[in-house]
Design a protein around this ligand. Structure first.
Ligand code: ADQ
Length: 458
């Protein structure tokens, strides 16, 4: 164990079970091995009398500290303020926001309760890394409880524009929440520019020559740290999955276009289906020879906007299949459930085109997974929305404006016909970047920056 203080990670959901998986667990494995520490988050249990508990497991390099939510907290903090206010707003859908005073009250309340629980467990040189939009006020609440440790935040979703923030009933308070952090990590340079614009607009904030900002007494560093995947491991998984499992049954000469997204309105699925219909309409030569496989598992179904998107997609896929299908060909295969990871990796490798067209997305890891899964000798083509954070690093994809259906349809036609030489050149360039800037690079560079901020600690 190193001299560095322990790492305290806080995320909404705690990784549970004896052998937890997921991107963040892989990302933080080395850091926890080096420094030890605690991972804090909700237990997934809804209890009338919420409890908190520590547990450790011999296979894990961190202790777990979980806490329950009441039904009211789950509805107001999680479904309410986090996913019916912040999520739509940060994805440019202020029109879908549902603001209610009790949402904000419990959002503040859960963060304050968590700060109280956590404050008494901290050592003086621990560094605290808070993950995502559910926990924005946590640093302020910890500061109020007398915590002076280094506290960093990472936002996994886009940072909103100044004008969008004005739509929040508590926009002043929102900006104040950021003032508790030493380091605010965002996905892209575009997000950092939006945050700095917010500071620039405020008389109580000062932009310092080193690029950081001062808000009240707090110095805040804002930088981009594009989140990533375990590229080499995913590539291996895809190669072995493709070798051991059958993919989708295709007719001779038929090509697969594939999309994988949680069923979320930010992912641009209706536009994607419409663009695919446009391809079928304008490129008769591909009819019968191309299938769109869309995997979209349900998510946050208790929130009304998610029920609407489901209905819309079912109608659209029904209409398009009704118009184009024949006895041997169904143009859209729409699968409304999760697919095991290894299976997904093999399907990516089978697909000639990866279609990633969100209208707003912090990063989008599917874009990275699709490229990592390709056969280096015969890779497929990634079509990527300019509105995904990943576009900033993945310029060798076919970048598209997802609102322009003709452009997306033309990109599909181009990708389906792209000569092997060009496919390989694009894949090589993309893969170089993904291997260099992988998930370990992401967590290492963030933690180095966080441990490097000075708070006058001895
Ligand atoms: P998400 O919005 O969930 O994440 P994304 O980055 O694409 O979006 O990650 C989704 C993950 O879930 C991928 O690893 C994907 O393989 C998996 N997944 C999706 N559909 C699946 C299915 N049907 N079956 C199995 N697995 C499936 C948020 C932000 C993103 C940001 C990430 C990480 O919205 O912008 O990239 O966090 O910071």
């Amino acid at each position: 164990m190193s001299e560095a203080g322990r790492l305290i990670v806080v995320s909404n959901r705690l990784p549970l079970g004896p052998n937890p998986s997921g991107g963040l667990v892989v990302a933080l494995k080395d850091a926890f091995h080096e420094a030890g520490g605690i991972w804090v988050g909700t237990s997934g249990r809804i209890e009338a009398r919420p409890k908190q508990r520590f547990d450790s497991h011999p296979g894990l390099a961190f202790e777990r500290f979980s806490f329950d939510l009441t039904q009211k907290e789950h509805e107001n903090y999680y479904l309410g303020y986090s996913n019916s206010v912040l999520w739509p707003l940060f994805h440019g859908r202020a029109d879908l926001m549902e603001t209610r005073p009790e949402f904000l009250e419990d959002y503040r309340g859960v963060n304050a309760r968590l700060a109280q629980m956590l404050a008494s467990e901290l050592h003086r040189d621990d560094v605290i890394w808070v993950q995502d939009y559910h926990l924005l006020p946590l640093a302020q609440a910890l500061r109020d409880a007398g915590v002076s440790n280094r506290i960093g935040f990472f936002l996994h979703i886009p940072f909103p524009a100044l004008y969008d923030i004005m739509a929040l009933p508590n926009s002043e308070e929102f900006i104040g929440w950021l003032g508790g952090y030493d380091l605010v990590g965002l996905q892209t340079r575009r997000d950092v520019a939006r945050l700095l614009e917010v500071f620039r607009s405020r008389p109580d904030a000062e932009l310092l020559p080193d690029g950081s900002a001062k808000l009240g007494e707090q110095r805040i560093e804002a930088r981009s740290f594009p989140v990533a995947i375990d590229t080499a491991a995913f590539a291996r998984e895809a190669a072995s999955a493709a070798a051991s499992r059958p993919g989708v049954a295709l007719e001779p000469g038929e090509q697969l276009i594939m999309g994988v997204d949680r069923l979320d309105y930010s992912k641009g699925l209706p536009n994607r289906f419409k663009a695919f219909a446009r391809l079928l309409e304008t490129h008769a030569e591909v009819n019968g020879l191309v299938t769109l496989l869309q995997i979209a598992p349900p998510t946050r179904e208790a929130v009304a906007a998610y029920q609407d998107i489901r209905t819309e997609l079912e109608q659209l896929s029904g209409q398009i299949n009704g118009a184009y299908a024949d006895l041997t060909w169904t143009p859209i295969r729409y699968i409304h459930r999760a697919v095991p990871r290894a299976r997904l990796a093999g399907l990516y490798r089978q697909a000639a085109v990866g279609l990633v067209t969100p209208l707003a997305d912090g990063m989008n890891l599917v874009a990275k997974e699709y490229v990592a899964a390709q056969d280096p000798d015969n890779p497929g083509v990634l079509i990527l929305s300019d509105f995904a954070g990943a576009a900033e690093q993945m310029e060798d994809a076919l970048l598209v404006n997802p609102f322009d259906l003709d452009q997306v349809a033309e990109a599909m036609a181009r990708a389906l016909k792209m000569p092997k030489g060009e496919r390989c050149a694009r894949y090589d360039a993309l893969m170089d970047g993904l291997l260099r800037e992988d998930i370990n690079w992401w967590s290492r560079s963030y933690l180095k920056a966080l441990r490097g901020v000075s708070r006058g600690l001895s």
